[in-house]
Ligand binder design. Structure first.
Ligand SMILES: [Zn+2]
Length: 65
């Protein structure tokens, strides 16, 4: 049984850009579920960590609207 991917928060250490992704399946897509490069300043690599409950909630609200 596949393990569902966990929500992640990506952070750019250079410009403080931040994005939380909540993958819906294990078919991860770059630019939607994961980021390797900052879309603002093109810095890479980004820092990634597991999202907090508050960040997950916020990400879900954003995708709802
Ligand atoms: Zn950046």
């Amino acid at each position: 049984m596949p393990i569902p991917p966990r929500p992640l928060t990506f952070i750019c250490p250079r410009c403080a850009w931040q994005k939380t992704t909540v993958p819906l399946s294990d078919a991860l897509e770059v630019g939607r579920d994961l980021y390797v490069q900052c879309p603002k300043c093109k810095h890479e690599p980004l820092e990634g960590r597991l999202a907090t409950q508050a960040e997950i909630l916020k990400a879900k609200l954003v995708s709802f609207f």
